[in-house]
Write a protein that binds this ligand. Structure first.
Ligand code: FAD
Length: 383
């Protein structure tokens, strides 16, 4: 029976990404996790293979594929066993660069997007600040209009790829007004004087991705660094967040599936009281529940992605998919750690890795609570 969402082309893509992941990434996963960094050549190599632009138009060097090509990539990268790598790559293709295609000029596409698709430039996205996390409208980084451009002061925190990026898609305030008005997006070269990476942050999970705190100290950017319309930054970044949450949901559910497979395998092999532990209904039934929940949430993620790919703007469904997939990924990881007993708690077994990595899904890209707020609002419950 034909698949509702995936074609033969998707299957072929899946096969080739899987081979690449197995041969070139997975063998290094442990080392990169331990080092807390995956090397920059991964971007270059993935660019050469065409994997960084699957969903971008062919005219600018992309693959011209639909949104499901990115989902295939995300699902297969999850098999690398290096969640931080998947996150770093997804920030490049699904978060920091889509606004360039959507709002950018031809010059900006040539200067930033095309090299990003080739893996020659690494991108990061700068929204979060110490005083503005969930409340994006309270961003304080200020871009003052000066002759020929803007002088930017402020700082950003928790920036994935921020330590190594060549450019940042940066959200700043261009008017001294409160709230969501008067914000603008900029494309900023990280070598610009005044762009200061102050520190690389140490994290619980996703350790192979780099996360930075960044300061802007009287950083001058020219007028043509403005991405999209001046003053429309908040609306434009809300658009970006939809894609970010959707690909995050796809990553979470892919991780949940792989983690459950690992748990099933372990429960079949581990013998206690003279039989494999999976032969206990207490465990088998929990696996049945988790498998059923994964199917349901996976269907929601694919269906939402289908709508998004067909031009809809399904904000409610995206938040629902993000909320449920992130919660489920962590629940599965926690259950699998439980199936594995003391071994699950040991660093030499991968359950702890899944547990630590999956926890981020409930925070990054908008927390569980914020997704619930969006669902509540779209359902009109506060009216
Ligand atoms: C590893 C990592 C990578 C990240 N990468 C990036 C990146 O590349 N770029 C970027 O810009 N950001 C990035 N972030 C930031 C991330 O998006 C924020 O951490 C997230 O949006 C939450 O903001 P906060 O941490 O300031 O928490 P806060 O907003 O301070 O929230 C604290 C708690 O209060 C709750 N809360 C807040 N408001 C409400 C409310 N109205 N109702 C109920 N509960 C509420 C939250 O849900 C949360 O539980 C990253 C974060 C991490 C941890």
């Amino acid at each position: 029976m034909p698949d509702l969402f995936f074609t033969e082309e998707h299957d072929m893509l899946r096969q080739s990404v899987r081979e690449f992941v197995e041969k070139e990434l997975a063998p290094h996963a442990e080392e990169w996790e331990a080092e807390g960094y995956f090397p920059d050549w991964v971007f270059k190599r993935m660019g050469e293979l065409g994997y960084l632009g699957l969903h971008y138009p062919e005219e600018i060097g992309g693959g011209g594929g639909d949104y499901f090509t990115n989902i295939v990539l995300c699902e297969e990268l999850s098999r690398s066993g290096c969640g931080g790598l998947t996150m770093g790559i997804m920030v490049q293709i699904g978060m920091a660069t889509p606004p360039i295609l959507k709002f950018g000029t031809q010059e900006q596409i040539e200067k930033y997007l095309i090299p990003a698709i080739k893996g020659e430039k690494i991108a990061c996205l700068g929204i979060t600040e110490p005083g503005a996390g969930s409340d994006v409208a309270s961003i304080a980084t200020f871009a003052e209009k000066v002759d020929g451009g803007y002088r930017i002061n402020g700082n950003k925190i928790f920036i994935t790829n921020g330590y190594r990026a060549d450019f940042m898609t940066l959200v700043a305030r261009t008017e001294k007004v409160k709230g969501y008005k008067g914000m603008t997006i900029f494309l900023v070269d990280t070598k610009t004087p005044g762009f200061v990476v102050s520190r690389k942050l140490d994290k619980v999970g996703m350790r192979a991705s780099d996360t930075a705190e960044i300061f802007f100290e009287d950083m001058f950017v020219p007028d043509d660094a403005v991405l999209g319309e001046v003053g429309r930054g908040f609306y434009n970044i809300m658009w970006e967040l939809q894609g970010e949450r959707l690909i995050g949901a796809a990553g979470s559910i892919a991780g949940a599936k792989l983690t459950l497979e690992m748990g099933i395998q372990y429960a079949k092999e581990r013998v206690q009281f003279g039989k494999p532990i999976i032969q206990n209904q207490a465990i088998a039934h929990r696996i049945a529940d988790l498998a059923a929940e994964i199917e349901a949430v996976q269907a929601l993620v694919y269906w939402t992605a289908w709508k998004y790919d067909h031009g809809e703007y399904p904000v409610k469904e995206i938040s629902m998919a993000k909320l449920l997939s992130a919660q489920l990924a962590f629940k599965v990881a926690d259950e699998v750690m439980q199936f594995m007993g003391g071994y699950g708690y040991m660093m030499e077994y991968p359950a702890q890795l899944a547990w630590r990595d999956a926890r981020l899904g409930r925070i990054g890209g908008g927390t569980d609570e914020i997704q619930r707020e969006i669902i509540v609002t779209t359902l009109g419950l506060y009216k």
